[in-house]
Structure formats: structure tokens, C-alpha cells
Design a protein around this ligand. Sequence first.
Ligand code: DGY
Length: 359
Amino acid sequence: MNFRSGVLVPRLFLRHHAMAQVDLKSGGRADVPRDRLSVVVTRRLPDEVEIRLRELFKVRLRDSDAPMTRAELAEAVAEADVLVPSLSDTIDAGLLAQAGERLKLIANYGAGVDHIDVATARQRGVLVSNTPGVLTDDTADMTMALLLAVTRRIPEGLALMQKGEWTGWSPTALLGGRIGGRRLGILGMGRIGQAVARRAVAFGMQVHYHNRKRLRPEIEDRFDATYWDSLDQMVARMDVISVNCPSTPSTFHLMNARRLKLLKPSAVIVNTSRGEVIDESALTRMLRNGEIAGAGLDVYEHGADVDPRLRELPNVVLLPHMGSATLEGRIEMGEKVIINIKTFEDGHRPPDLVVPAML
Ligand code: DGY
């Protein structure tokens, strides 16, 4: 990869495409391919997104809603200029080794890139982009929904109604806990963590956070947030923990058995980020033993292979990774993918380029 005049020029891209030469020194533009890029999309996307992709690129869309098999993915990376995967596709070094010389961009349909070996892609001259920002509010909304579902026992109430077993109001039935005034510890204070903080303040919660880097004072002031350098110390003092950091090698099992044991027995943990951040079997054990009061989970350590013991627990609310699942969000994710591909095709650096140093 070369950076010239502030413009990223993918080397292999230059080698294998007929190029219209554009003076880089004049700024803004690099060499532009004459042919339309061939794009392979691994999952079915909303109609609005697929229609636009068809208009702009030579695109192969997916009819089935099932994820591609490893063999189908290998075929896709062998033939495409641009791959549009999503979190259900594992793009590891083994798969990248099967990529054709044409593959120049992996324009991920999603914000998280933990399923992509970004460093290896980069070594092979393949850029990776993602879709940050457009699923922030939806995911933060779902964090609050889970928090309320657990603390206010919403699934138990729903089950009662659905079974037709409700016999009328009672002063002592289904008593939950009030979230106003409680201490919320946000683990990962990036875009989504801050969106959760904003909502939590509106619900009257006290915001605490742990992050790789302390936020600027004006952002802390916005949420009246308390920074904890020590995650252990924060965890031990919170009523609710919300996991909002990405999954990286350094966040794997950040909430391990030792740290989970620091939680107060009355504490609740919510995860709308990635399952790998929590040691799921330790969490399950502690929930079963009543060492933690409850959990609201949208994501799991082993994907859809959810520990069956978790499903049996009344103090746990489980959702099928739907934190960002709004039609608006999915369309905006598609728009981001398209902008990243189009910008790249025009010889510029994709706006949502992921570089290994960010991870
Ligand atoms: C993402 O884009 O990484 C989200 O987890 C999808 O919900």
C-alpha cells in the first residue's frame, strides 16, 4: 500500500486493472479502473441496498439467506474485486490465501471486524472497510431494552399473559428493581458506549466507565461520567455492567471468572457487543448459583451455539443478536458499504477504512 498526496493507492489494484492515469499531485484522485468492479455479496441484503448495488457494480448477490459455506467463500474471494461479507463469514488467513490477485477490498457489511484477519488482508494488499456509526443508536436502544427487560422482569410478565395465567393486579407480584439512581458501568466508551450513557442519564442512572483511553473532560461532563482506570475496581462497585467494547485479542474474556466474581450478587450484566468478551461458561455457572442477579445477552461466545443451561434461567433474557436489527440501520449499513466501494473505485481511500492499529 502506498500513501501519496494523502491518497491511498492499493498497489495490486494498479497491477491488475486497466487504469486511467490521473495526476496524484493535483490531489484528490488516484488511478481509476476502466471496468466496473466485480462485487460478491455473501448474504441477502435489504432490497433497497441490492438494487443500488446492481445499478453501480457488476454484482453477484446471494439468493439464499443462509451464510456461504467455506467453499463458496473461497470461490468468492478467488473471483471478486470486492467482497462484501458480514459477521457470519470467517475471513481468516487460510481463506485469504485462496484469494485471487483481483481481490482488493473487503467492504464489510457491519461494524465489527473480528471475523476478518485484517492484518493478513493488509499484508496481501487487500483493504478492509466497515460500517461504523449507523448502528450506534439502535444497539444502544437494545442495550436499554435488555437492561429493563432483566431488571423489570418483562419476559416473566409476557409469559404470564401469553399463557393466559394472569389473574389480576397484585401488590407483591413480579417486583423488579428500579434502574433510576443505579450505577451503570460501561465497558468500552466508544460510539455505542456513549450512546448508552446518554440514554442511561435520561433514565436517571449514574454513569461510570472503563475504556482504553480516558475521554476528554467535556465528554465526561456531558454524562457526568466517572472514569475507572481499574476495571476490577469499577466492576466491584456497579449495579449494572454494560459490555460495549469490540472483540479483539485484548478484550477476549475481559469479563473472566475472576472478574465476574468481583460483581455484587445483586448486579446485572448486559452484553450487546460480542460474546467473546465474557467467559460464558463462568457467567452461566454464576447465574445458576445466584452469584449474579441477572443477565441480558444479545451475543454469545460461540455464536448461535448458545449454552442450553443459559436458556433455562429465569434471571436471564436472551436475544438472537438483533441489537442493530432495524430496517433503517440495515439500509444505512448498505449505503456505507456502497460509499466505501465507490470511493475506492474512484481511486480514493474508503472513508471507513479499518487499519490493524485501530483494533
Ligand atoms: C455489527 O455490525 O458488528 C453488529 O454486531 C451487527 O449487529
